[in-house]
Design a protein around this ligand. Structure first.
Ligand code: HEC
Ligand code: HEC
Length: 469
């Protein structure tokens, strides 16, 4: 389990249930970025693995550099190599604490997804997801000693054979189990076997290609030096629930948005400021902050106003960019809210909240309208409908490098798994959105609500998961 913005947190549970669960934390790293390390918080924690001696444990993850950026620390705009980095944190099992100064950072890798110790515990093998590698760390010196490259798309699991000789890599998006002989561990060692994972491919070829592009950072068209993949902030299409400083992109502090249920551009303008109008516009992020050479040909990119986010359409100009957009567009399903009753109906408090939400006195539906609970749309080509609901602050920054006059109304589906709230993550809870962060009733008329009514409205909002009951 990760606790946003402060530390990575692991709940240690005693299977006998006798003692209360302990909480191990992987601390926020405050260091300034350099060529070899970045600060930030462990995010997307993998599975903890315990060394054969039982005294040390290793935790693979990504380090999200949410403490830097042009607004938070002038002069430290996030770059392709300072936004995220694959890391491994080590724990002293007896003390139940992270080993201070022990966190290992990897050059040219964005997300460490799995780890396994060698038979004697002298090495730790670490899979990196977007960069498609397996790293070998010498546990006596702490240093890296060689790596396997291009093991297959999106490696997300590692296992050692019982005799310690063979390493199996679950290359999830290659749909293969890739087996290496650990007697010959070097960059160009071919695997002993690539075993197809025997199942019928559920995705049509274009969607599989789009999903690979979404999850990959090794392809130099997508990212310079292997750091950034869409999945490194949107694993499984969801949000990492971090707030990123995108001030240097002409925007500002921005809370990551989940892509689930949004069907790509299905909810109208894209991003909090509606600065994009098609998923193919992510070519700008790929060529810009990711440092990639781009999926589109230079000739297409230079045509007309293609190289402007709200200019000529990019759809239909690159098969790979269209595949990426098709995959993001295929994310139409929301996850079922656990706040509903087991049979899916709204609990009584949420029913009361729904009546409040729908009442003209509160006015929520003036903007959160229709089945997707948003009025997002375009007044004129390139001119989005934005509302200033009193939430803009100094960190909100700009829109496309110009004035930010308001925000694109977000859908309210999926709120149960998307805290923190608001474009800049300035509300930790829905309660705050409706109370301390609603100034002068600019964001719906909530000042006259009793505490119980606010809680009822929150209960309703937490149940929204794609359908309107
Ligand atoms: C460094 C983290 C990070 C990476 C990498 C990243 N995103 Fe995002 N994503 C965000 C943040 C933060 C937002 C909100 C930004 C905003 O609104 O300006 C966002 C918003 C979005 C949205 C908006 C959803 C909506 O309905 O408005 C889409 C779509 C999206 N990202 C797709 C992608 C794709 C495709 C890629 C890869 C090319 C990608 N993201 C890479 C952090 C990231
Ligand atoms: C004038 C249009 C408008 C009205 C009326 C309105 N909203 Fe909003 N709502 C917005 C906009 C725009 C945002 C984005 C604000 C931000 O990010 O700072 C938003 C954001 C939200 C969020 C946070 C969503 C997220 O993903 O973080 C919630 C929750 C919400 N509104 C609920 C409500 C409720 C409940 C009401 C009625 C009491 C209401 N809104 C009334 C336009 C409106």
């Amino acid at each position: 389990m990760a606790i946003r913005g402060e530390r990575g947190a692991l709940a240690i549970v005693d299977p006998s249930g006798q003692t209360p669960a302990a909480l191990w934390t992987a601390a926020f790293d405050p260091q300034a970025s350099s060529d070899t390390e970045i600060g930030g918080v462990p995010s997307y924690l993998g599975s903890l693995v315990v060394a054969p001696n039982g005294r040390e444990a290793a935790l693979p993850s990504l380090q999200a550099n949410i403490g830097e950026g042009a607004f938070l620390k002038p002069g430290s705009a996030l770059e392709f190599d300072t936004t995220v980095r694959a890391v491994v944190s080590y724990f002293d099992v007896v003390a139940g604490a992270e080993v201070a100064e022990g966190r290992k950072q990897f050059d040219g890798r964005g997300l460490a997804s799995a780890a396994v110790y060698s038979y004697f515990g002298d090495y730790l093998f670490v899979a990196t997801r977007g960069a498609r590698s397996v790293e070998r760390i010498d546990r006596f010196t702490g240093a890296e000693s060689s790596s396997l490259i291009d093991v297959g798309f999106a490696p997300q699991g590692l296992a050692l054979s019982a005799d310690g000789r063979f390493l199996a890599v679950d290359a999830y998006l290659a749909r293969e189990l890739v087996v290496y002989d650990l007697g010959e561990f070097a960059e160009n060692t071919p695997p002993l076997a690539r075993l197809p994972i025997p199942s019928v491919e559920p995705l049509a070829p274009q969607l599989l290609q789009g999903k690979r592009l979404f999850n990959d950072s090794l392809d130099p068209r997508l990212s310079q030096d292997g750091y950034l993949a869409c999945a490194h902030c949107h694993l499984d299409g969801d949000s990492d629930r971090q707030v990123w400083d995108f001030t240097d992109r002409g925007e500002g502090l921005r809370d990551t948005i989940s892509l689930l249920g949004r069907a790509g551009a299905g909810d109208g303008g894209i991003h909090w400021s509606a600065n994009f109008d098609e998923i193919q516009d992510f070519e700008h992020d790929i060529r810009g902050p990711f440092g990639g050479s781009g999926l589109m040909s230079e000739a297409e990119w230079q045509k007309g106003s293609v190289a402007s986010t709200l200019g000529d359409p990019k759809a239909g100009l690159s098969a790979d960019l269209d595949a990426l957009a098709a995959y993001v567009g295929s994310l139409t399903e929301e996850r079922r809210s656990p706040h509903r009753e087991a049979d899916g109906v709204l609990p009584a408090a949420a029913e009361l909240g729904r009546a409040l939400f729908e009442s003209p006195a509160l006015g929520c539906k003036n903007c959160h309208s229709g089945p997707r609970l948003t009025d997002s749309g375009w007044i004129d080509p390139g001119v989005p409908l934005l509302h200033d609901v009193g939430t803009l602050g100094p960190g909100s920054g700009q829109r496309l490098g110009g004035a930010l006059t308001g925000l694109d109304t977000p859908t309210l589906h999926g709120l149960w798994h998307s805290a923190p709230y608001l474009h800049d993550g300035s509300a930790a809870t829905l309660h705050e959105v409706l109370t301390t962060r609603n100034f002068g009733d600019l964001h719906g008329v909530t000042s006259g609500l009793s505490a119980a009514e606010v809680e009822a409205l929150v209960s309703y909002l937490l149940c929204l998961d794609g359908q309107i009951d």
